[in-house]
Design a protein around this ligand. Structure first.
Ligand SMILES: Nc1ncnc2c1ncn2[C@@H]1O[C@H](COP(=O)(O)OP(=O)(O)OP(=O)(O)O)[C@@H](O)[C@H]1O
Ligand SMILES: [Mg+2]
Length: 366
């Protein structure tokens, strides 16, 4: 409605905080103009008429990938509810004052800032040695993160054997990373493919058969992780022992590599060897964290000896609990849920909190 444009023009004309860049009455020109002008906020009249009407324009702008907050203007006869997931960051009902308008803008911008700065943590659980507890820790860590009210996704990056699929006894016809379309992965596709575990974690499974792992490409991995980053606050990735191209792509896409060590000389040797590889491919020391699993089973190797071999003190320790862990795994249950007070569960929870930066007593880094 032309009156709406004029109303907004008048309101903004008498203040200096907001600069009006453009008023368009043709909805079909908006996406291009937003791409060029790069405004901080776009206002859309819900009752916009013409080829592209208000609701369609909101949808188009959201699908454009321009990532601009949208304030929708409406009238009392057409009430509308704010819904950021559908591209409606705020709603203003006519008539509104200049004060309300500017106030809404600053809320929308603050919201946006808060969302983008709470950077999503992507943690790859890795070890160059098999059987050290990667899958067990990845699963329980993901559940512990979601218990801390962090929206968490778990990715089964052990693509050949699909450790999580067997741990959780997920039927083989449940979709996997291979069911995502390869060219343009959309948020909606991703939600259809994820398996929702009762413990509150969304899981992207590995393919159901060993030979299908080869079909997953580096590009699939990159796209998937970047999309998950937009939907979740934390992503935990279980990885296989082999440093294949795809495993490296998973590690590249991660903020933190949680390297699992045990008091076992081969594990320690391989861990040191792989840390040199990480250094040479440009991963800084802050990307790598060490977690000692079964930390109370030292097998004659001293703590200092381990720290000396790694070149620093490990960041986390998780105790051994054969009975609980094996039983929980056999039942496909996270022990952090079934036995929250067990020492092993507390250790995982502390790891989750420290990774989120929520503990005051995070271990000192050397
Ligand atoms: N803290 C722990 N206390 C007792 N048992 C544990 C602990 N962590 C892992 N385990 C046991 O160790 C075994 C190996 O664990 P898991 O499968 O998680 O290792 P992994 O590193 O993922 O192995 P793979 O290399 O085959 O993928 C399992 O039987 C598991 O129950
Ligand atoms: Mg595993």
């Amino acid at each position: 409605m032309p009156q709406v444009g004029q109303h907004v023009r008048n309101l903004l004309g008498v203040q200096s905080q907001v600069q009006l860049l453009e008023v368009l009455s043709d909805g079909s020109k908006v996406v291009e103009a937003v791409g060029q002008l790069r405004p901080d906020v776009v206002m859309i009249d819900l009752l916009l008429q013409g080829k592209v009407k208000g609701p369609e324009l909101i949808e188009k702008l959201r699908g454009s990938g321009l990532d601009v907050p949208v304030v929708v203007l409406t009238v009392p006869q057409h009430p509308l509810v704010r819904d950021p997931d559908r591209g409606i960051d705020a709603v203003l009902t006519l008539p509104f004052s200049g004060f309300e308008l500017v106030n809404t803008f600053s809320h929308v911008l603050a919201d946006r800032q808060a969302r983008t700065s709470s950077a999503c943590r992507v943690v790859a659980v890795f070890s160059p040695k098999g059987g050290v507890g990667k899958t067990t820790i990845a699963f329980n860590l993901a559940v512990a993160l979601s218990q801390l009210s962090v929206a968490t996704a778990l990715v089964d990056g052990s693509l050949q054997y699909g450790d999580l699929r067997s741990l959780l006894k997920v039927p083989s016809d449940v979709p996997s990373i291979l069911d995502l379309p390869t060219d343009r992965v959309q948020e909606s596709d991703l939600r259809d493919v994820l398996w929702r575990d009762p413990a509150g974690v969304d899981i992207l499974l590995a393919p159901p058969r060993v030979e299908m792992a080869e079909m997953v490409t580096v590009r699939d991995v990159e796209k998937t992780v970047s999309l998950l980053r937009r939907l979740y606050e934390a992503i935990v990735i279980d990885t296989p022992t082999t440093l294949s191209e795809v495993t490296l792509a998973l590690l590249d896409a991660s903020d933190v590599i949680l390297s699992i060590v045990t008091y076992d000389s081969t594990t320690i040797h391989n861990t040191v060897a792989v840390s040199e590889v990480f250094g040479s491919i440009g991963y800084g020391p802050e990307k790598l964290r060490y977690l000692v699993n079964r930390a109370d089973s030292s097998g004659g190797i001293g703590r200092d000896e381990l720290a000396k071999a790694l070149g620093r003190r490990p960041d986390f320790e998780v105790v051994s609990d054969g009975r609980l862990v094996v039983q929980a795994n056999n039942e496909g249950m996270p022990f952090v849920v079934s036995s929250p007070d067990a020492a092993v569960s507390r250790d995982i929870r502390r790891t989750a909190e420290t990774l989120l930066g929520r503990t005051a007593d995070a271990p000192v880094r050397h």
